[in-house]
Design a protein around this ligand. Structure first.
Ligand SMILES: Nc1ncnc2c1ncn2[C@@H]1O[C@H](COP(=O)(O)OP(=O)(O)O)[C@@H](O)[C@H]1O
Ligand SMILES: [Mg+2]
Length: 271
């Protein structure tokens, strides 16, 4: 079954063209000028049930923009997104039941209330049955080690704790699809391992479809079978990790191959 279907997806941002100096700032107030930044330039791909896909690309490649369109937060400039057959932007409420979302940079939890209260609120919002809630809280608590900080408000958690709580929150309603945007950025190694183990298990046991952006290439191999590489808003590679290793591999590790793939681009930026 096709879980995610993306066709010729584009996103343009209109950004203010700044002029220099005081006069420039004044002119901008009176007569602002804009230019168009093509963040995502017409990409197409499909993801099937149970797949777990690593979404890679340098900073600014368009990964977060794509995830925002897939999750229905942002409207595409052109093209179509279908999440289990439906447009996520036009069916936001229905879509919310089908997806879980974790943004490493931004918590979805209520900041000032104890984490456990956020979970109880989500239980009500999604009408999660008591039995399912208890079962999930037990499982999440164990693998992610939530028990130590459930009574703390989200704002008091370390980054690693916060991401683990966010991850549990995103999966309480057992969505068939999980989107993660840089979930382990700034997270320490021990917390990272818990997060990855949890994702592996969720993908293999619950057949949850996963799309994950990360800079951590080392661990991606153990979670994802497939790589989707974005370069300047276009797809550079879309196939299995095995295929990439076979085609370019030789003695190189996955990380080395990907660094090579990006090298000309990196040279271009720094040089
Ligand atoms: N809200 C926004 N307004 C204008 N430009 C943006 C906005 N968000 C992202 N961009 C630009 O779009 C491009 C893609 O950004 P993003 O999707 O965040 O890339 P990535 O997540 O791969 O680092 C970058 O050039 C970025 O500066
Ligand atoms: Mg990003």
């Amino acid at each position: 079954m096709k879980m995610i279907e993306v066709r010729n997806l584009k996103k343009d941002y209109r950004i203010a063209k700044k002029r220099t100096g005081m006069m420039g700032s004044l002119k901008h107030l009176v007569m602002p000028r804009y230019e168009t930044l093509e963040a995502v330039k017409g990409i197409s791909f499909q993801i099937h049930e149970g797949e777990s896909v690593a979404f890679l690309g340098l900073n600014g490649a368009g990964k977060s923009t794509t995830i925002k369109m897939l999750t229905g937060i942002m409207k595409p400039s052109e093209g179509t997104v279908r999440i289990m057959g439906k447009d996520p932007f036009l069916n936001r409420i229905e879509n919310a039941r089908r997806i879980g979302v974790v943004f490493g940079q931004k918590s979805q939890l209520w900041w000032d209330i104890p984490v456990i209260e956020s979970f109880r609120l989500l239980k009500n919002i999604y009408s999660i049955p008591e039995e399912q809630y208890t079962r999930n809280m037990e499982r999440f608590g164990e693998i992610l080690g939530l028990h130590d900080f459930l009574s703390q408000p989200a704002r008091k958690l370390s980054l690693g704790q916060r991401v683990r709580a966010d991850l549990a929150a995103s999966l309480l309603h057992e969505p068939p699809i999980l989107f993660l945007d840089e979930p382990t950025i700034g997270v320490d190694v021990t917390a990272k391992q818990k997060i990855y183990e949890f994702l592996r298990e969720t993908n293999s046991k619950k057949k949850t479809t996963i799309l994950l952006t990360s800079h951590d290439m080392k661990d991606l191999e153990s979670i994802c079978q497939r790589l989707l590489i974005l370069e300047k808003g276009k797809i550079l590679f879309d196939d299995t990790i095995d295929k990439l290793l076979k085609e370019y591999g030789g003695e190189m590790t996955l990380e080395e191959i990907i660094i090579r793939l990006f090298e000309h681009e990196a040279d271009h930026i720094t040089g």
